[in-house]
Design a protein around this ligand. Structure first.
Ligand SMILES: [Zn+2]
Length: 301
């Protein structure tokens, strides 16, 4: 699982910082999470092929989380995209995007499919054999969801040394990977566990931005491998955080601790602070494994 942060600062694009956008590579999928201004430029900078993105998840309709989307959708047309593009986001997103396309007489020549969200309960929004994606309802100034991405358990891994030792024909490999036992010469049964290794443990990633501090969030993201939690402010601005329905680094750490996650990634920083290291310092007083998102940074989990 690889997370590439294209932008992770609050409010406005600036010379050296971008608003929220991330690319998550998970079990052969490459999904885009939020699409602030500058997303296309950053995708190009990091040599991420636009055509690999088939699913876009938008948390909410504040500009710093989706103003890059109409441009991205238009560029896909110019690049000759033919595949479906799926957009998951709050109710209203379809109207907003299609109005822009309509006024510019620039309809897509590929299927653009909107999956509008309005539930206040968590719901499964995408699932295939590789991953599942469920919403994480958040409490922000407007309707907002985080997203929980989970890998499905993969196939068992072949123990080549063992299959060769038993002289098993390669034609049986697929069955073995699917968990079947093998019968040799119609007599001897070789247990699957002797021929395979357990598949890698499936990974999970929870994206939670923007949100007020809400410790009940922890129950929805229990034991995930990686939690990205917004930390727009430091505790010194806790009052402002509550007023604007954002969180502080310490509050993000409290959620991470209560949810027993493995790694906390902080982001959505207000640009009022001199250094983002301050966010890590503050969160680390509560939770051990804290990483700082930054524009252009990739993490392998
Ligand atoms: Zn917001």
């Amino acid at each position: 699982m690889r997370l590439t942060v294209l932008g992770c600062y609050a409010a406005t694009p600036r010379t050296l910082t971008n608003p929220t956008s991330q690319v998550l590579q998970i079990n052969n999928h490459m999904v885009l999470i939020d699409c602030g201004e500058g997303t296309q430029v950053e995708l190009r900078r990091h040599k991420i092929k636009f055509s690999r993105i088939n699913h876009i998840f938008i948390s909410h309709l504040h500009g710093d989380h989706f103003f890059g989307l109409p441009g991205f959708i238009s560029t896909m047309r110019l690049l000759g995209r033919e595949k479906e593009l799926h957009v998951y986001g709050p109710k209203g997103i379809k109207e907003a995007i299609t109005l822009l396309l309509k006024l510019g007489d620039s309809w897509t020549n590929y299927p653009l499919l909107f999956h509008e969200l309005s539930s206040k309960e968590s719901e499964l929004v995408f699932e295939d054999t590789k991953i599942s994606v469920t919403t994480i309802p958040l409490d922000h100034r407007i309707y907002t969801n985080g997203f929980l991405f989970r890998e499905k358990v993969g196939k068992r891994k072949l123990n080549i040394a063992a299959t060769e030792e038993y002289g098993i024909d390669k034609a049986y490999y697929q069955n073995i990977k699917n968990g079947k036992d093998i019968t040799l010469d119609n007599v001897e049964v070789i247990k699957n566990s002797e021929l395979t290794f357990d598949p890698p443990k499936p990974k999970s990633y929870a994206f939670c931005s923007d949100t007020i501090y809400d410790e009940s969030l922890a129950s929805k993201i229990k034991d995930v491998d990686v939690l990205y939690h917004e930390s727009t402010f430091l505790e010194s601005e806790a009052e402002l955080a509550t007023k604007t329905k954002h969180a502080t680094a310490m509050q993000a750490a409290k959620v991470a601790k209560a949810a027993n996650v493995k790694t906390l990634v902080l982001g959505h920083y207000s640009t009022r602070y001199k250094s983002i290291e301050l966010f890590k310092e503050e969160a680390s007083t509560i939770f051990e494994n804290v990483l700082l998102a930054d524009d252009g940074k990739s993490f392998d989990f």
